[in-house]
Design a binder for this molecule. Structure first.
Ligand SMILES: [Zn+2]
Length: 149
């Protein structure tokens, strides 16, 4: 019995080590996206929401291999968010909007059409830039409303 426990402990340790190593090798936080991710975290804090709501994310990256019509994609089973590289050509606010949109799905289950940022079509860079604070406020209110339900 004592030996059994020892092997069980060893087995559990090895399994933990395995998942730790897999997670370490898979982790990729794109340096070009992280400033916007950190901005999202600061915005959450400003609105009294948990800035660590997506901290189990493993890969957050631009992707060159996405369908033209797809601006971004998030997957909670794989802990990934990808932003279509083409968005970078549109501009910084478009990248922000797509990232906030995917994080909205990922961390808060936001649905399409629940606010401007969660719209299923990407808007103009200028529109995002000129209305950004208002769009963020609307997005945060949508999250709070969802959380109350
Ligand atoms: Zn979406």
């Amino acid at each position: 019995m004592k030996h059994g426990l020892k092997y069980l402990f060893l087995g559990v340790s090895l399994v933990c080590l395995y998942f730790f190593l897999v997670k370490m090798t898979e982790t990729y936080h794109d340096p070009d996206l992280m400033p916007y991710y950190h901005e999202w975290q600061r915005d959450l804090t400003t609105y009294g929401l948990d800035p660590n709501s997506a901290d189990n994310i493993i890969i957050i990256s631009f992707s060159d291999h996405m369908a033209m019509a797809e601006a971004g994609v998030s997957n909670r089973n794989h802990n990934t968010i990808y932003v279509n590289s083409d968005m970078a050509d549109a501009g910084k606010y478009t990248v922000r909007a797509v990232l906030y949109h995917e994080l909205g799905h990922y961390a808060f289950d936001l649905e399409h059409g629940s606010c401007t940022i969660m719209s299923d079509t990407v808007r103009d860079e200028d529109e995002y830039r000129l209305n950004w604070d208002q769009y963020v406020a609307e997005y945060m209110e949508t999250i709070k409303k969802n959380n109350r339900q």
